[in-house]
Each structure stands twice: as structure tokens, then as C-alpha cells.
Design a protein around this ligand. Sequence first.
Ligand code: PMP
Length: 407
Amino acid sequence: MTETALGWDHALSLRAQGAGDDELATILGGAPPGVLAVTGGFPNPGTFPEGVLDEIAGRLVRDDRGVALQYSPSAGVPSVRDYLVERQAQLQGRRPQLAELMVTSGGMECLELVSRSLLDPGDDVAVEGPTYLGAIMVFLGHRAQLTAVGTDAGGMLVDDLRARLEAGYRPKFVYTIPDYQNPSGRTLGLDRRRALVETCRRHGVVILEDVAYRETAYDGAPLPSLWSLAPDVVIQAGTFSKVFFPGVRLGWATGPAELIRALVAAKQTTDQCAGALGQRMVEEYGRAGHFERQLPAARAFYASQWTATRAALDAHLAAHCSWSEPTGGFFTWLTLPEGLDTTRLRPAAVEAGVTYVPGRPFHVDGGGARELRFSFSLLSEPDLDLAVRRLAGVVERALQPAAGGVP
Ligand code: PMP
């Protein structure tokens, strides 16, 4: 292997030079042996489909070679789009026109396609504070200006956004994760959903609605999607990563036909089409009714994970911390006592055998110093308890003045 004396920095684009956050990659990249990680947003492999995928894949590879093994149209395999139209009608109570829906290579690609289609350098995007890191990275990659809208237990503070829009603020779009948000676990209430779509409609601002966790509602009954309330102003980014499996890399976009047309055009310079084999697998799996059979078990599993986490938080951290109460999804959001800093505490936490993602990277305005994301999707229930106990020990030690903590 040869290497130039200067390395390869000079070869990187400006965009690539700005992209590498090594610390974050380390945090998200797995834990040393013996350290319990509540870091990742990974679905639990125990929820992945079992017993049917080999039959479906075998049948497609044998009998559907011309479609499943071939390139597909950029908007998706026609029969898959038909299925997704039906699925939207069934799950969200509104049937998109065919021209209002496309297949994407996961939710991430949908965020990329929307950014390519709507953003010029310097354009503003309104995001929740905190919001999904992957989205922040995509928008910054398009050199957008990110503006935080605050949140509370009921999700985005829509009144604040409305006041700013009324004062002349004009983002290119508002990005929101209304259901069991990553990272906070919070859900946008129904009145705020109505207020958000009405406000954005009035001011001609597009909403990008990310429904990554929507189908993990513990009671199986999420609130109406923003897209179902206002298909004229909302682009919805959906994914099969949490309800099927992330390895399939599949999602959808649904929204105004004119915008979907732009996204389909943008897809011609990302991957041209999502993998047809995965598309057909989702379709066959779904048409056979397997989602209805499998999802209740996945929801019950995550609900139980949260119950175990909450019991541990109540038992060990209630004296010092507060946390969000998710009703779906994988995350709770912890707030530590005044003066503590979750980034600075991380080495002590790793030392104590637990690792988490600090709150700051999820905020675009420098906030979140004493917040952290706690993901309960992957660990066993006894390990969740142990992780919380270890975290409580770290917090207690940091609060003792002798330990150099907060006086
Ligand atoms: N949006 C949110 C809020 C997510 O948490 C994730 C995955 N962690 C995605 C989008 C991307 O999902 P996908 O695997 O479909 O790219």
C-alpha cells in the first residue's frame, strides 16, 4: 500500500472535509467489552421476521427473476407502489394517488432526496431541538442553515414556530418526527399537529414528516399522521427498517405529486432505483398479512423494554434526573441535574461500564449539555437495569464536590 507524504486531505471535497465527526463515530460505533451500550437506534434482531423470508426470497429468485433481479423504475416496482398506496390507505386513512408515492432506499435516502430537491446552500431548515442526528448531517451536507424550534413533553412548540413565521421567518421546510421521536421519545400532540399543518399551509412552508417509529406505537394506535391531515403541504418519509429489517434498506416518500416528481428525478443520481428484490420481498410479506401478525409482538417487546427501563429509572435515578415517557419507539431522553455535562461525564460512564449518546450533538443551537439519549431497544431487561444503576452511580459521584463535581 502506498501513501503520499501529505496524506489525502487535499483530495477531499470541502463537503467531505466537513463531514467526519470522529468523536461521534466512536460513540455510535460500539462499546468496549463489558460496557453496556444504550447508544444505538437499532431495532432488536428478535423482532426481525422469522420463518417466512427464506420461502419468499426463494420463490422470488426462482419465479420472478425478470422483476426481482432486474433494475426497477426510479419511483419503484409498479406492483410495490400499488401495495404501498393500499398500505397508506389502511394505516393512515388516506389513499395517495400513484403519482404521490415513491419507493426510496430507506428513510435516510428520502431525507437526502428532499434536500437535493429543495435546498440551495444557505437555505434555512427548521428542526426540532433536539432532532435526529442523521437528518442534521444530511441537511448540513447541503450547506443548509439549521434553526431550532424548542420542544417539550408534547413535542415541537408549534406556537413558537407560528410566531416566527408570522414575523417573516421562511425556512425551506420544517423537519419533524412527530411519533416517539429520535432522540427524545416524545410525541407531537393532536392539537399541535393540526396547528402545525395549518400554520405551514398558511405560510406556504413544506413540512418533512419523518415517521420512522410510527408503527412501533406500544398500543398500536398512533395519532393521525401530518401527511394524512395535510397531503398538500407534507412530504412523508417512511422506512421499513423498524418494522421489517434495516438490511432491506427500503422506505417510501409520499407527498404532493410535483415534489415527488422532483424526488424521483433526484434519485436518478443517487442509486437510480431501490433494490428490486427487497421491494418485492416487502410486497409479498405485506400482502400475505405478515405485518399484522408480527408487529403486535414487536410492539409488545418494545413496550416491555420501556417498562423495565422506567422501573430502573424510578428505582435508581428519580432523585436526580427527569426523563421523557415514550409511548412507542426505542428512546427516552434524560435530563441530569443542573451543572452536569453528559459529554464530559462520558469517560467516567464508560469506566463504570455504561455508554450513551450525549445530548449536545442532537441540538443545532449548542443546547443539550445535561441531556442524553438512552436507547432501550437492544439490551436485555436485566442489562437495562444494570445500565441504569451504573449511570446512577456516575451521576451520584459527579454530584459530590470532592469528586470535582457540582458543588
Ligand atoms: N429517521 C429517523 C428518525 C431514524 O431514527 C432513522 C434510523 N435510525 C432514519 C430516519 C433512517 O432510517 P433508514 O434505516 O430507513 O435509512
